[in-house]
Design a protein around this ligand. Structure first.
Ligand SMILES: [Ca+2]
Ligand SMILES: [Ca+2]
Ligand SMILES: [Ca+2]
Length: 452
């Protein structure tokens, strides 16, 4: 439209200039020639301008949604803890039937016993022989741990990237049972987890069935809550979610980021996609209120029956699945939560545009994680080595959500080193150790995963 207006304007200007020369009949031929040349010149100019403008917006769009090739996964391995399987059998049959309906194949493996290394060997076999693209662990299945110098010095945490990179090397150089070295990572597959009581897991499978059959009553919309510490980080940005959703509520101004705003939104209309930036511990969100810290416990999530389907948790240690945690609470103890991504340690996804890009292209939750990690997560172990997903990794957003609007948003370029330094500072300024239980505690509680 703008181009058309400009075109008319410029052509008119040139033609007017040409018509002035009409006054001199002797120069009529020259006038016609000039008119033709000038008109053609005008068209060329407009065309050039159009190319420049469209080129610019494509560049901007590429920054916002790094375009990389990904293949939607359609073969999943389901690994189910044997003690749970008899009670879950009909739920799992339904799950497999629903996925088959979508055109995906599910392989079922009942996990009896063994170490994390045994579990990885099972995955490798299905990867090599069946070409699986992702895995869902159902129940309490083993994990390995990693240690490094992070935000508060030494940190140790469960690490599921170990299962996702099938040709990587991992070492425990000080022989304390916790990995402290990994080779360069590039994930071949994604893995995800759900864990809870039999009843909670049955309820979870019931939810994903309802979601797949269009019975989950939540508007296709997104909710971004960015607490005080990050008010100035990419202000106004929806992190590319406007490409997916028509309706997005962003709470990021101090007056709008009270506990009351969060509770109110997620206990009334709710949102299909929730992206929240809040300080936290595994089972606790700590919102900065106008005069004091305000706490949201897992018990508040349960009693409020929080209405969000997909959660992107920029909340430290929010999915530390080896203990009571926020992520699994949304999934196991509400009527709505079906998938989450977050960190098992201090950290979170501060630049999820690649994640959102895959979702906007109808990739699965797992595809989005793998695509984002290989593209951006791999660059920063301090922030991202604890990143994982929870919930059914074969889920895709609702059809209603995928508008493919391709609109631009503020804050589209990756954070600069200065911006990341500011993010680091906000973590340290909070002044608490976010991490949860230790490896030693995990080992004591789960002797069955250790051969010694
Ligand atoms: Ca070690
Ligand atoms: Ca690899
Ligand atoms: Ca606040």
């Amino acid at each position: 439209m703008i181009s058309e207006l400009c075109y008319n304007y410029i052509v008119e200007t040139f033609l007017t200039a040409g018509s002035l020369s009409k006054k001199n009949k002797g120069r009529d031929f020259l006038s016609k020639t000039i008119k033709t040349v000038l008109s053609a010149f005008g068209v060329l100019m407009i065309w050039g301008l159009y190319l420049v403008i469209s080129g610019c917006s494509m560049l901007l769009l590429d920054d916002e949604f790094p375009d990389f090739a990904f293949e939607k996964t359609d073969k999943e391995l389901l690994v189910v803890e044997d003690a749970l399987y008899p009670s879950l059998e009909s739920s799992i049959d339904q799950y497999i039937a629903d996925l088959n309906e979508e055109g995906s194949t599910v392989y079922l493996y009942i996990w009896e016993e063994g170490t994390a290394f045994d579990l990885k060997a099972v995955i490798e076999t299905y990867y090599t022989e069946n070409g699986i693209g992702g895995v869902l662990f159902v129940g309490n299945l083993p994990t390995v741990w990693y240690e490094q110098n992070g935000f508060e010095g030494h940190e140790e945490f469960p690490i599921d990237l170990f299962f996702m990179d099938l040709d990587s090397t991992w070492q425990d150089n000080d022989k304390d049972g916790i990995f402290d070295y990994h080779s360069a990572l590039e994930l071949e597959i994604f893995i995800s987890r759900i864990n809870g009581t039999t009843l909670e897991l049955m309820r979870y499978f019931d939810k994903v069935h309802k979601f797949r059959t269009g019975q989950m009553d939540i508007d296709p919309s997104a909710y971004v809550f960015k607490d005080n510490s990050w008010e100035d980080f990419k202000p106004g940005s929806d992190f590319g979610l406007s490409r997916i959703y028509n309706s997005i509520l962003i709470n990021e101004k101090k007056g709008d980021t009270e506990k009351a705003n969060y509770i109110s939104k997620l206990t009334t209309s709710g949102a299909e996609y929730v992206y929240q930036w809040i300080h936290s511990f595994p089972p606790l969100l700590v919102v900065e209120g106008s005069s004091s810290w305000e706490y949201i416990h897992t018990s508040d999530i349960i009693s409020g029956n929080m209405k969000g389907l997909f959660y992107n948790l920029f909340n430290c240690s929010a999915v530390r699945f080896t203990e009571d945690n926020l992520g699994m609470t949304y999934l196991m103890k509400t009527d709505y939560g079906i998938a989450a991504t977050g960190s098992t340690k201090t950290g979170g996804n501060y630049y999820p545009n690649a994640f959102h890009y895959v979702l906007s292209e109808k990739g699965t939750w797992g595809d989005a994680f793998k695509g984002w990690y290989n593209y951006y997560g791999v660059k920063d172990d301090k922030w991202f080595l604890g990143m994982i997903i929870l919930g059914d990794p074969m889920l895709v957003l609702t059809k209603e959500a995928q508008k493919g609007l391709k609109s631009l948003s503020v804050g589209i370029v990756p954070p600069s080193p200065d911006e990341i330094e500011e993010l680091n500072k906000e973590i340290l300024d909070f002044g608490y150790d976010y991490s949860g239980g230790s490896f030693a505690e995990y080992k004591n509680q789960n002797p069955q995963f250790f051969g010694d």
